[in-house]
Design a protein around this ligand. Structure first.
Ligand code: DQA
Length: 150
């Protein structure tokens, strides 16, 4: 079965109880389920990896070169995750960056992402729905007939 990588960085394992006024009440398990639903129609499965350590995320990317692509929320590693950036630079498939919150409406240190220039696209501020959109965007990139307009 074709599989997509769902990659979540530091502090995203406690979604649901992490600053719910910013990140909402959905848990990572909820998001995994919604992404799985979204890609099921394409016949894909989901490999979900969350880690608070950058090295684990780098390793997950290396180990997922056989996946069809990825949806990545780097968390705060967006700001200075250079080894994460380099791992994504050599990732041979499309990937979409997602942020739950609207980082542009927040502190200035969240206004730049070191990985964004490499992403196929970036989705911010739409909460968990952004992951669904990211999964759909990935399908449109990987299965050309699914995204005829792109
Ligand atoms: C986040 C935004 C980041 O700035 C923050 O460090 C996170 C979550 C988001 O999904 O909105 O950990 O990536």
């Amino acid at each position: 079965m074709a599989t997509m990588l769902l990659l979540n960085g530091p502090n995203l394992g406690i979604l649901g109880r992490r600053e719910p006024e910013i990140y909402g009440t959905a848990t990572l398990q909820d998001i995994e389920k919604w992404v799985a639903e979204e890609v099921a129609e394409a016949g894909w499965g989901v490999r979900s990896v969350q880690s608070d350590s950058e090295g684990d995320l780098v390793r997950a990317i290396h180990d997922s070169h056989d996946a069809v692509g990825a949806v990545v929320n780097p968390g705060a590693l967006m700001i200075a995750g250079w080894s994460l950036r380099d791992a994504l630079a050599s990732y041979p498939h499309p990937w979409i960056e997602v942020h739950l919150s609207n980082v542009w409406a927040r502190e200035a240190f969240r206004h730049e992402s070191v990985i964004a220039p490499l992403a196929s696209g970036v989705i911010v501020g739409l909460g968990p729905f952004g992951y669904r959109l990211g999964a759909r965007a990935l399908i449109s990139r990987v299965v050309p007939a699914a995204g005829a307009e792109s």
